[in-house]
Design a protein around this ligand. Structure first.
Ligand SMILES: [Zn+2]
Length: 92
């Protein structure tokens, strides 16, 4: 059986940042080409961005976030009233 020539390494460009990616295994290389996969750093950035986007989208709808807002408004009013009392202003 003749050994298929595989130059130990195979390079391809990351489709996102054009960085040269080196593959030591042919099956990994073939799969990366098939998936059109990006380099590790791009994959990481992508995931980070997605998570941040999800968090941003979640926040306004989150009840916890709404509670935080109403609590901070209440705190503001309490502080304002206390301040008014300190300066002898009738808030009624
Ligand atoms: Zn990349």
């Amino acid at each position: 059986m003749r050994k298929r020539h595989w130059k130990n390494r195979k390079n391809r460009k990351c489709p996102s940042c054009s960085k040269i990616l080196t593959y030591t295994r042919k099956d990994t290389f073939d799969r990366a080409v098939g998936n059109n996969s990006v380099c590790k750093s791009c994959a990481h950035q992508d995931r980070k961005f997605t998570l941040e986007t999800i968090e941003k989208m979640k926040q306004p709808k989150s009840t916890q976030h709404k509670k935080k807002i109403s609590k901070s408004i209440t705190t503001w009013w309490v502080e304002k009233k206390q301040e008014d009392l300190r300066y002898g202003i009738n808030t009624k």
